[in-house]
Design a protein around this ligand. Structure first.
Ligand SMILES: O=C[C@H](O)COP(=O)(O)O
Length: 249
């Protein structure tokens, strides 16, 4: 049985006061759910968020981390720093990190290994650009992203990995992949993992969809058999919207 997950990626949004207010509202309104619920505030507010969510079922996760243990990497955050404040899960490979900060599959492979060696969980993001979908190369692109960053990991390591398929053309655009497009890609991802490892392992991997998930479309997307939840951007910044999406799982 796969875990269901709803994770809110707050990106570069919310000051300290806004973070407090949103977490307070989310904690108060969190419905009973068997799904794991996570939020990823900006790194500046992570420690405070962990503290605020101490007695809540919501997990605080990080948006990014560096591959090195420590050292001269101005502005960066190491795995041990996250662990030391109680953050055990990190988002890696988000398309915005790839596009604006030049993160490559090879760099991400290093980051993933570092996180896993530290016993952290990784939400690994990947997905094709609009031109790649229009050219019909989306399956090939996704397969390459997975292979380059993840397929030399031992099977055991996959217990610590959650995948997040995020077609770049659907992120923050209001244009969502249809539930059928999401299902088609998620099934392909599972087949690809089954080929690289085996069907039992593939069946156990939680695969999230991300890209303009809103209260109005969450139920349809989450109803697909290979969609195990969502990585939510914009809608996770509004308590009632995020709560409605959690209720939809
Ligand atoms: O990490 C979240 C994704 O980038 C989705 O963002 P969005 O829900 O604003 O489209």
């Amino acid at each position: 049985m796969r875990n269901k997950v709803v994770a809110g990626n707050w990106k570069m949004n919310k000051t300290m006061a806004e973070t407090e207010s949103l977490l307070h509202e989310l904690s108060a309104k969190l419905p009973d759910t068997s799904a794991e619920v996570m939020v990823a505030p900006t790194s500046v507010n992570l420690a405070a968020a962990v503290h605020m969510l101490e007695s809540s079922a919501i997990e605080t996760i990080a948006q990014n981390m560096h591959f090195a243990e420590s050292g001269a990497y101005t502005g960066e955050i190491a795995a041990d720093m996250l662990l030391s404040i109680g953050v055990n899960t990190v988002i890696l490979g988000h398309s915005e990190r790839r596009a604006y900060f030049g993160e490559t599959d090879e760099l991400l492979a290093d980051k993933v290994k570092t996180a896993l060696n530290k016993s952290m969980r990784v939400i690994f993001c990947f997905g094709e650009e609009l031109e790649e979908r229009q050219a019909g190369s989306h399956f090939e692109v996704v397969e390459r992203q997975l292979k380059n960053a993840l397929f030399d990991l031992p099977a055991e390591a996959w217990k610590q990995i959650i995948l997040a398929y995020e077609p770049v053309w659907a992120i923050g655009t209001g244009e969502t992949a249809s539930p059928e497009q999401a299902q088609e890609m998620h099934a392909f991802i599972r087949e690809t993992i089954a080929k690289a490892y085996d069907a039992t392992l593939a069946d156990l991997v939680t695969i999230l969809y991300g890209g303009s998930v809103k209260p109005g479309n969450a139920k349809d997307i989450f109803s697909k058999p290979d969609v195990d939840g969502g990585l939510i951007g914009g809608a996770s910044l509004v308590a009632d919207d995020f709560i409605a999406i959690i209720k939809a799982i």
